[in-house]
Design a binder for this molecule. Structure first.
Ligand SMILES: NC(=O)C1=CN([C@@H]2O[C@H](COP(=O)(O)OP(=O)(O)OC[C@H]3O[C@@H](n4cnc5c(N)ncnc54)[C@H](O)[C@@H]3O)[C@@H](O)[C@H]2O)[C@@H](O)CC1
Ligand SMILES: Nc1ncnc2c1ncn2[C@@H]1O[C@H](COP(=O)(O)OP(=O)(O)O)[C@@H](O)[C@H]1O
Ligand SMILES: [K+]
Length: 552
């Protein structure tokens, strides 16, 4: 797993490095060299333009320029001011050194000149704005960013694409869309989430010093990005000595006359994700139509109200069914009523592994008046509890309805309030979004996100079914819940990619993700088991980002 550090913690690592004798100047030289070596690796590259900003990110760019010039590249640096006029001492020194070495320097060019220069470059190095950037890019960088994005040249961003917040992954103005980002010391959350997924392209981490790995660990990473080999221990050895019950039984509880489809999708997803026996419990009013759609999955009709939602009388029956299953998923399509609130609290009090999704999360919000973190006893149990809120559901759980999380880091903070209030390792919150974090009391794991095709109604119901199936099949220890949830997210994402190949990136419906789950799991397992073969053969498929460029 790769550590992900908040930007302020990266600065602490930088300070710690200076304490062990690696100066900021030395770091800048190594950062520039790291960016230059990525340029030099590009086949056929000859003409390079470096766009240098006014701070240390610009300094990295000047170092890269001098380094590439020394290697024989035709290098031009574009800068808003003469090297002599740079205010930062270290940046000024490296800029003057590059200029003295013979690098061409263009100061404050008009837009047309810049456009021509960038279009004629094989590689553009974006060293305008780094982690010191705030707000919206001001002139001239706003115009330079447009020019970079219009150039059609290969773009390598230094540390972070300019205009993107390395912390939040948000961009309040224009931002560079790079093919590759060489980021210093460690991954930062904004590179992996929201706009960061569009902006970064592939990401290379440049550690810059041998002490970095230790110092980054000591800086308490805010999250860990999962690699394929992290999942090895979760894969079950194939065996024919199984029956449908040993392959894990899942109960799905949900549905209402308004939303009969959601629990059906969750149940089918659980079956496609390898659970041997899936049962679906729905309000009696919709049971006949649900059963007519489900060939393989038995449907249990439970007491319901006239409006087609569960009645409170269903709670004990649900608890009895759940006792006999390896795992239960509650929530899809069930609405929030006194009956459904009763069912959810009864299941929470039970002793079996539980996945809580959709309206069951909203039931918890209702039950706790949007302060689940004030009621840790509600979540405290021995068996696993995985909650799968999207950002709005998460906001309702912790009283942020008016200001829901807008970034991966704020979603992780909200999720941590839940898991830390309980304090036990049996609770895992899967904070869903275009980037998802699987958060427990000990760790936050970031699975590789799937394609934007997953952003379709019902996709979350599918993920709920996959998580329940994996929970039922594997019986993992509580400590491994975030990794298990992350694996489910990766399989869901992989299925989304297969579905997008079949139906087009905008044509995918949740049912298509379900149908692709089985093949996605086989392919995923093969990649985990044989990562090298996967790299050469299938890289294109898994690494496809939202814009068709690799996202790591
Ligand atoms: N953290 C580290 O250990 C290292 C950091 N280095 C580099 O240093 C960078 C951070 O350097 P700095 O702190 O000097 O910051 P930056 O170089 O990212 O940005 C600071 C400059 O940008 C300007 N600026 C900020 N917001 C702006 C806006 N909205 N519009 C226009 N201009 C704006 C500031 O006025 C200042 O001149 C990193 O991104 C990285 O590239 C490397 O040199 C070496 C190692
Ligand atoms: N842009 C995106 N890129 C990748 N995955 C996404 C994106 N948008 C949503 N997802 C994923 O799709 C699923 C949507 O879940 P959810 O919001 O609960 O949908 P629904 O309630 O319609 O079922 C989550 O797993 C989420 O992580
Ligand atoms: K940059």
């Amino acid at each position: 797993m790769q550590p992900v550090l908040n930007v302020e913690d990266v600065r602490r690592v930088e300070a710690a490095l200076t304490e062990v004798g690696v100066s900021v100047s030395e770091l800048m030289h190594r950062a520039g060299a790291a960016a230059a070596s990525e340029v030099a690796r590009m086949e056929g590259a000859d003409t390079v333009t470096v766009l240098a900003g006014l701070g240390n990110n610009g300094g990295d760019g000047w170092v890269a320029a001098e380094n590439l010039h020394g290697k024989g590249f035709d290098v031009t640096v574009v800068t808003p001011v003469e090297p002599d006029d740079l205010r930062g001492d270290i940046a000024r020194v490296v800029a003057k050194s590059a200029q003295d070495s013979g690098v061409k320097v263009v100061v404050g060019p008009p837009r047309e000149t810049l456009d021509v220069l960038l279009m004629g470059s094989d590689v553009v190095v974006d060293a305008m704005l780094g982690t010191g950037f705030h707000g919206e890019p001001r002139a001239p960088f706003d115009i330079w960013i447009d020019s970079v994005n219009a150039s059609g040249s290969h773009v390598i961003a230094v540390d972070v694409p300019s205009g993107l917040s390395a912390q939040t992954g948000l961009a309040s103005g224009k931002y560079v869309v790079a093919d590759l980002t060489v980021t210093m010391l460690s991954l930062k959350p904004g590179l992996l989430s929201d706009r960061g997924r569009d902006a970064c392209g592939a990401i290379v981490v440049a550690p810059l010093a041998e002490q970095t790995e230790r110092l980054v660990r000591e800086a308490d990473p805010v999250a860990w990005r999962a690699d394929l080999d992290d999942y090895v221990d979760l894969l079950e050895p194939p065996s024919n000595a199984v029956d449908k019950f040993t392959r894990g039984s899942v109960l799905v509880v949900g549905g209402s006359s308004r939303f009969p489809g959601a629990p059906m999708m969750a149940a089918m997803a659980a079956a496609r994700a390898g659970a041997g026996y899936v049962t679906l419990a729905v309000p009696a009013q919709i049971a006949p139509i649900v059963q007519s759609q489900m060939l393989e999955i038995p449907v249990v009709a439970l007491p319901c109200e006239a409006d087609g939602t569960f009645s409170l009388k269903a709670a004990d029956l649900v608890a009895e069914l759940a006792e006999k299953r390896s795992a239960t998923l509650v929530g899809p399509g069930m609405r929030v009523t006194s009956g459904t609130v009763g069912i959810v609290s009864t299941l929470l009090a039970g002793k079996r592994p539980l996945v809580v999704d959709a309206d069951a999360l909203n039931c918890i919000s209702r039950l706790t008046s949007n302060r689940v973190d004030d009621f840790p006893e509600l979540l405290r149990r021995d068996a696993p509890l995985i909650m799968t809120p999207h950002r709005m559901e998460l906001a309702r759980l912790v009283g942020l309805q008016d200001t829901p999380p807008t970034s991966l880091t704020s979603a992780m903070e909200a999720a941590r309030r839940i898991v830390w209030s309980d304090g036990g390792s049996e609770v895992c919150v899967v904070a869903k979004g275009s980037a998802t974090a699987c958060v427990s009391v000990d760790v936050a794991i970031l699975p590789k996100p799937g394609p934007a095709a997953l952003a379709t109604a019902g996709s979350g119901d599918v993920l709920g079914g996959v998580i329940a199936a994996l929970l039922a099949r594997t019986g993992v220890e509580n400590e491994d819940l975030p990794l298990l949830a992350a694996m489910a997210c990766e399989m869901h994402g992989y299925a989304g990619t297969i579905a997008a190949e079949r139906y087009g990136s905008r044509g995918v419906m949740a049912r298509d993700i379900i149908d692709a789950l089985g093949l996605a799991e086989d392919a995923f397992e093969e990649e985990v088991a044989f990562p090298d073969a996967a790299k050469s053969g299938r890289e294109g498929r898994r690494d496809e980002g939202a814009d068709g460029k690799g996202d790591e």
